[in-house]
Design a protein around this ligand. Structure first.
Ligand code: PLP
Length: 388
């Protein structure tokens, strides 16, 4: 058994061997992709090959992929009033988002604060489609942003149904697929997404690389976030991160090739992990358990548990888990996702996220359950002590 068991894949995944090799090959080269000499052309070839690989992951055309510095930047690039289509060049009036979006979407991109509206979700964390219908009907040319899978619960959002509602009302849909890509099928046209965000480090690439993908060249972002040398066809200036992009492409190709096998393995392991959790602590609550979820994510809590204490206890046992989203770790506020699902702050404060990946083994699940048994026993002794 390895020294540690890593269960925080939704925060970041380990670098895939294929991505590491691609990064090393790229590092050994000199050219700037914009240069016309042989070195420049070689660097350009690396970037364009990666563009094809990333496009294939979401069944898009390579010319519709724009590399950015992160998923966060891709979200920021997408969330602007200045998205034009061939037949509508007027600015988008408002941004409608679900109440469970990642912080990089909740920040509202380049919309004014008062032009951003949050829509409710149900107790499983799925967008209320009726509320979406009402909101788009009273909003001229809305831009809607909806995640495909939630980073805390793993719950899948009804993206295709939302797309039909949004398009019917003359709106556009941006989909944050950062957690879903590589784990479930992610076909940009089938989802009905006009724009879609990806992040390299969640699929086994390097941190600090992302992409915004558009459904077709009918969609144009008239106001780039970074202006300058016109790279990425004017969508995102700055010399390309050739190493990061090369690794992203290789990770995308590997994730696409192995998705079905990896998803099946992860689901089997997650199922035994959840069965074990429930057997040890019948009162445990698994959030979003009756909704369709990513195959790799479990968010659970039990009354009286504090997430910070649990994360430290697991860490001491050689296990890395997270208290809700990594981005909000260190803050004591309970998760906005669980609040939107209607859970009390005291229960939400105890939520621990366990996320698996392609190298998670049965022995890791066993180690996790042994650690949980100890923790749950200590917790119930503590509670009995309080009650006495
Ligand atoms: N969107 C979601 C759903 C995420 O989970 C994350 C990262 O945790 C991001 C966006 C941001 O991606 P990045 O870390 O590349 O900025």
């Amino acid at each position: 058994m390895s020294a540690r068991s890593y269960f925080d894949w939704n925060a970041t995944a380990p670098l895939r061997a294929e991505a590491k090799r691609a990064a090393e090959d790229a590092l050994a080269r000199t050219g700037n992709p914009s240069s016309v000499h042989a070195e420049g052309r070689a660097a350009r070839a690396i970037v364009e090959r990666a563009r094809e690989q990333v496009a294939a992951l979401v069944a898009a055309r390579p010319t519709d992929v724009f590399f950015t510095s992160s998923g966060t930047e891709a979200n920021m690039l997408a969330l602007t009033p200045f998205i034009e289509t061939a037949d509508d060049k007027q600015p988008r009036s408002r941004l409608l988002i679900s109440a469970i979006e990642h912080a990089s979407v909740r920040a509202g991109g380049r919309f004014a604060r008062d032009a951003v509206e949050e829509l409710p979700v149900d107790a499983e964390g799925r967008l209320d489609l009726a509320a979406l219908g009402v909101a788009v009907a009273k909003t001229p040319r809305p831009l809607v942003s909806l995640m495909l899978a939630n980073n805390e619960t793993g719950v899948l959002e009804p993206v295709a149904e939302a797309a039909a509602i949004v398009h019917e009302a003359g709106g556009l849909l941006h989909v944050d697929a950062v957690q879903a890509a590589g784990r479930i099928a992610c076909d940009i046209a089938a989802l009905g997404a006009d724009l879609l965000t990806l992040s390299a480090h969640k699929i086994g690439g390097l941190k600090g690389v992302g992409a915004l993908v558009r459904r077709s060249d009918n969609i144009h972002i008239a106001e780039p976030l970074i202006r300058g040398g016109g790279q990425e066809r004017g969508f995102r200036a700055g010399t390309e991160n050739v190493t990061g992009i090369a690794a992203f492409g290789a990770a995308a190709a590997a994730a696409r090739g192995a998705r079905a096998t990896e998803a099946g393995r992860m689901l089997a392991l997650r199922t035994s992990l959840e069965a074990g959790l429930r057997a040890i602590s019948p009162q445990v609550l698994i959030f979003g358990a009756s909704a369709e979820r990513l195959p790799n994510t479990t968010l659970f809590a039990t009354h009286g548990m504090k997430a910070e204490t649990a994360v430290i206890a697991f860490d001491l046992e050689g296990i890395a888990v997270s208290s809700g989203a990594a981005c909000s770790s260190g803050k004591v506020q309970p998760s906005h996702v669980l609040a939107a699902m209607g859970f009390s702050p005291s229960l939400a404060r105890g939520a621990v996220r366990v996320s698996l990946g392609w190298s998670t083994a049965e022995s890791d699940v066993e180690r996790f359950l042994n650690a949980w048994r100890k923790l749950a026993t200590a917790l119930s002794k503590e509670q009995r002590g309080v009650a006495a």
